[in-house]
Ligand binder design. Structure first.
Ligand code: NDP
Length: 321
């Protein structure tokens, strides 16, 4: 019997894991296995910044396994304005979860890092050995340092107590249940919402920047499968980058084109080239993942985006906007 607690179970990634576990054939590689109970916890079940509430959550569910997704997450503006809050909240959440997992003798914990944690000045492509090779970008200072500490903690828990704690490093995630706020969200959900409003109001769809920067985007349902693989088939403290390949980078223009198509937007569509572009590319290698997993079929980008846009349009009233 195993009880898998997913912290942050109501967010973009948590909802995707729930979807995959509930829809893949039972007993299959990514489906629910006999004897498994999955718990998807929201912050209303316990604020993980608080040690007592975290302890109660562990006492209530007695998890054998934890996929730890809960985090204070935000776009560039929020990260820059609330550096200390991003640092402290995430340090508290991670420390409470890992220490309670240790006290409760949890068999395994996978925590979630992000490619934002990598050094600002580093040789590309990013890989799992480069996390601590230099300072993160100034804009992510608090969030990145808090997340990096998880890797440090995982090693310390393993060395001192023999815990099976590890971490995953996803690239940019998108899918249903994302945060679609116009300000402070990530690029794909922000543009989907903007295009939706442009269509509704008959106004131009304006994309900030030249549209040239390249990024690796992973569909949340694909990422969910990779987490389930890591939970069941990977037992090492070192992190694994969960991403599409470097050769599957997509430009912001390709993203915007795909949104226009999926939204069936026929109005004026332009790029505001007076706005900053950000880094041109920051590719991450998924070689470790593919060599361990023996290959994985990612959902084609346009198909995943089309599904996400349809989900947003159908769920506009309940989506995070
Ligand atoms: P979301 O913002 O969609 O969800 C965050 C989740 O964390 C929610 O379930 C939220 O609960 C929970 N949470 C936040 N604060 C607390 C708290 N104090 N106590 C308990 N629960 C809390 O995030 P994502 O699904 O996008 O991200 C999941 C993980 O993936 C995070 O660790 C993030 O850093 C990482 N990541 C995300 C990427 C992305 O592109 N989105 C890229 C790389 C990594 P509730 O809603 O109930 O308040």
């Amino acid at each position: 019997m195993s009880v898998i607690l997913v912290t942050g179970g109501t967010g973009l990634v948590g909802k995707a894991i729930q979807h995959v576990i509930e829809t893949e054939p039972e007993g299959s590689r990514f489906g629910k296995k006999p004897g498994e109970t999955w718990i998807f916890a929201s912050s209303s079940e316990g604020d993980l910044r608080d040690p007592e509430q975290t302890k109660k959550l562990f006492e209530k569910y007695k998890p054998t396994h934890v996929i730890h997704l809960a985090a204070l997450v935000g776009g560039l503006f929020k990260n820059m304005k609330y550096k200390l809050t991003f640092l402290r909240d995430n340090i508290l959440i991670n420390d409470n979860v890992l220490h309670n997992a240790y006290l409760a003798q949890t068999t395994k914990v996978i925590s979630c890092l992000s490619t934002c944690v990598f050094p600002d000045k580093v040789a590309y492509p990013l890989d799992e050995n480069k996390i601590h090779l230099g300072l993160p970008h100034e804009s992510n200072f608090g969030y990145a340092h808090a997340k990096r500490m998880v890797d440090v903690q995982n090693h310390a828990y393993k060395d001192q107590y023999g815990c099976n704690f590890t971490s995953a490093i996803p690239t940019n995630v998108f899918g249903p249940h994302d945060n679609f706020e116009l300000e402070g969200s990530h690029v794909i959900p922000g543009l989907i919402h903007k295009c939706y409003l442009a269509k509704k109001n008959g106004t131009p769809f304006v994309v900030m920047g030249t549209g040239k920067p390249l990024r690796q985007f992973i569909y949340s349902y694909d990422l969910a499968k990779l987490f389930i693989w890591q939970l069941r088939e990977y037992d090492d403290v070192e992190p694994v980058i969960l991403s599409v390949g470097e050769d599957e980078e997509v430009s912001i223009k390709q993203v915007a084109d795909a949104i226009v198509k999926a939204m069936d937007f026929k109005g004026e569509y332009t790029f505001d080239t007076t706005k900053a572009d950000g880094q041109f590319r920051k590719p991450a290698s998924n070689q470790k993942l593919l060599s361990l997993m023996g290959g994985f079929e990612f959902t084609p980008f346009d198909q995943a985006l089309d599904f996400t846009v349809k989900w947003f349009v159908e769920n506009y009233d309940r989506a995070r906007t």
